[in-house]
Design a protein around this ligand. Structure first.
Ligand code: FES
Length: 662
């Protein structure tokens, strides 16, 4: 449990909430506390509706034209422009709230379990990097009449003497440059060496000590999105990240349609080039952000599901799709990244994370490596929610995996205003159950331009909790007479989350019934896959000691909301961790420590894969999960009770306070 930094008390309801991050945004604190503050611009500071009055305590706030000098003197601030730096007492003014206690009764007074993305590799941070491709500084003894061995022999001797690296071979290009570099550097040089089971190779020699100018790239090849992270391979420092939609998307949203394209004449080449084009775009972005030169990158580590791995490596993927579902290889050699068309020097080596089976790939071995579930006794359920939902259950002694076609809904695909978790994406949503008005925050606190996975989870859970949608995801049409936000749009019934004038869009930002259907199908496939996998080893959700959910949802995930929609099973929230992009994190770890590459290969060989397509019960489980949260409500007893209580209370309140309804 993180340490509480500050406490914020919201008046007049008296709701208190613990704040764990320094300088946390006050609007986010209100949102997590379940305190409704009007906020219709996502926290970008432009709507001026999130005015609150600070009664006492320490904070920092930005001036805004939305607050007059007189109001500023009285203590009024924009919640979205205020950072909490001490214990605070805040009054939510009448225009921003509703009858005292009503919301607290509806929401309960406990704060939500909003998890920030966990920083998995933290325990390695104190260990100096020892990458697969590493730079070594050497001071050589100049040749003399009594010591005239070859330049290469002298270099090899020094590597053995100073670093115990034996039996090295030099790359031809390096040998060509060697006589000049040694003398230019006055026998003080830096050698870039690949060490590994296939022997030790000197890739490059530079004059002087250039060890600090060594960089590596972690690249996650997602079916929907490609992410890259640049790190300093000498210090381990994280330098920059970038992400872009995979240019293969126009050739199908899932791996099956990509394979179908790839086996057409010329198809594999087109798909390979498209993935590489996106990789080159994200690499350009990290180089532009940091000023690092391409020639200073020593190596990169790629992680992706098996289809994405084979496609970027240019390997014919047909047999992944045909029974008995055989991948070309699970382990791959180290090779020059430029061979794939990646815009790096021929000296920059690439390594692809090991795969497990046709539908459980290097993204999963990377994820297990990052989360370290393979090192602990606790029975852990690891779910990586991407376009393919990949699940691993086990501990340090055994692991089983399965994969389900989930769809890209949580990454923004198939959702009208869905987008990747990047600036301007709505990431947290609350809806006031009384007037059905939303409050939300965006990533980077910009005007909204779409909604990412965590925003969708929140939004659907809130729509259901406010009675706006029923358990089958359909809008309660009757409420269109109560709020203008429910309406019949061109694509069917929808809820207006943000008006066009408050967004970066030219039309209202809505959540539609087809969006909700897509999300329900996605979460149903993940839940069903977990359920079948557990049953296959004679276990059930109650046996699981730890759940790690990974994926590109956003910076935060609200565990309670994820349970409300049935993406997660109903467990004690403290058992759940949010992994973020564990594939990228695993690739980063493999970039920096060669021992972790060997560990990833061990993980790959340790996992037993179970094929869901031959499971007799998967379809049954999937259909049962096509409900919010599930048709078997006995598996969600707390949600069932809460749903019943909320509906009862809402009915009472709406009858007793008709004036609350606009
Ligand atoms: S000004 Fe703060 S949410 Fe709009």
């Amino acid at each position: 449990m993180p340490k509480t930094k500050h406490t914020v008390r919201f008046m007049p309801d008296g709701v208190s909430v613990d704040v764990f991050a320094e300088a946390e945004n006050l609007l986010r604190v209100a949102l997590v506390a379940g305190v409704h503050v009007n906020a219709s611009c996502g926290g970008s500071g432009t709507c001026g509706k999130c005015k609150v009055k600070i009664l006492e305590g320490e904070y920092e706030a930005d001036r805004s034209a939305k607050i007059s000098d007189e109001q500023w003197e009285e203590g009024y601030r924009l919640a979205c422009r205020t950072r909490v730096t001490g214990d605070l007492v805040v009054e939510v003014p009448i225009e921003s709230r509703h009858e005292k206690g009503v919301l607290a009764r509806l929401r309960g007074t406990g704060q939500d379990h909003v998890l920030a993305e966990k920083h998995w590799g933290a325990e390695y941070e104190t260990v100096p990097p020892e990458p697969l491709v590493r730079k070594y500084f050497l001071e050589l003894t100049p040749p003399s009449e009594g010591d005239n061995i070859s330049d290469m022999g002298r270099l090899a001797q020094a590597l053995k003497r100073d670093y115990r690296i034996d039996q090295v071979l030099g790359e031809m290009e390096m040998i060509r440059s060697l006589p000049k570099v040694l003398r230019e550097g006055e026998w003080k040089v830096t050698a870039t060496v690949l060490t590994g089971r296939c022997g030790n190779r000197i890739l490059r020699v530079e004059p002087g000590d250039t060890r600090k100018n060594a960089y590596a790239l972690a690249v996650d090849i997602g079916t929907t999105t490609i992410h890259a992270q640049l790190v300093n391979a000498f210090t381990g420092e994280k330098l920059a990240k970038a992400a872009e939609y995979n240019a293969q998307m126009s050739m199908g949203e899932d791996v099956i349609t990509r394979i179908v394209h790839a086996i057409k004449p010329g198809g594999l080449e087109i798909l390979q080039k498209r993935a590489v084009k996106t990789v080159n775009e994200v690499l350009k972005e990290v180089f532009d952000k940091t000023g690092v030169l391409r020639e200073e990158v020593t190596h990169l580590v790629l992680g992706g599901n098996t289809t994405m791995t084979q496609l970027i490596l240019g390997i014919y993927p047909r047999y992944i799709r045909e029974a008995p579902y055989v991948p070309a290889a699970n382990l791959f050699p180290v090779f020059p990244a430029s061979e794939l068309g990646i815009e790096l020097t021929p000296r920059t080596l690439a390594y692809a994370m090991p795969c497990v089976a046709s539908y459980v790939g290097g993204d999963i071995t990377a994820g297990v490596l990052a989360t370290q579930m393979h090192l602990h006794d606790e029975l852990t359920l690891f779910m990586d929610v991407g376009t393919n939902g990949e699940i691993v259950i086990g501990n340090k002694d055994w692991m089983v995996s399965a994969s389900a076609s989930a769809g890209p809904a949580f990454e923004g695909g198939g959702v009208k205003f869905g987008m990747r978790a990047s600036y301007g994406a709505i990431e947290q949503v609350r809806i006031n159950p009384l007037d059905l008005e939303p409050m939300f925050m965006t990533i980077g606190q910009q005007k909204p331009k779409g909604i990412c996975g965590s925003g969708m989870i929140d939004c659907i859970a809130e729509l259901q909790q406010c009675g706006l949608i029923s358990q089958n995801g359909k809008f309660n049409r009757e409420l269109s007479g109560v709020t203008w936000r429910i309406r019949e749009g061109e694509g069917g019934w929808e809820y207006v989350l943000c008006k066009a004038e408050d967004s970066q869009l030219e039309e209202d930002l809505t959540i539609t019934e087809p969006d909700i259907d897509n999300l329900i199908r996605t979460k149903a496939s993940i839940y069903a896959a977990c359920s079948v996998l557990l049953k296959s080893v004679g276990l059930h959700f109650g046996d699981v000691q730890k759940i790690i959910i990974a994926g590109g949802f956003g910076q935060y995930i609200d565990v309670e909301k994820a349970m409300t929609i049935g993406l997660l099973p109903e467990v004690e929230p403290s058992k759940v961790s949010y992994g973020g992009n564990t594939s990228l994190e695993g690739c980063r770890i493999a970039c920096l420590w060669s021992g972790k590459v060997a560990e990833a290969e061990q993980i790959g060989s340790m996992i037993t894969n179970i094929e869901l397509s031959v499971s007799r019960i998967y379809m049954e489980e999937y259909v049962a999960a096509l409900f919010l949260p599930h048709t078997r409500m006995e598996e969600f007893p707390l949600r069932a009770k809460k749903l019943e209580e909320t509906n009862k209370l809402l009915g009472e309140i709406r009858r007793a306070h008709p004036q609350e309804n606009p």
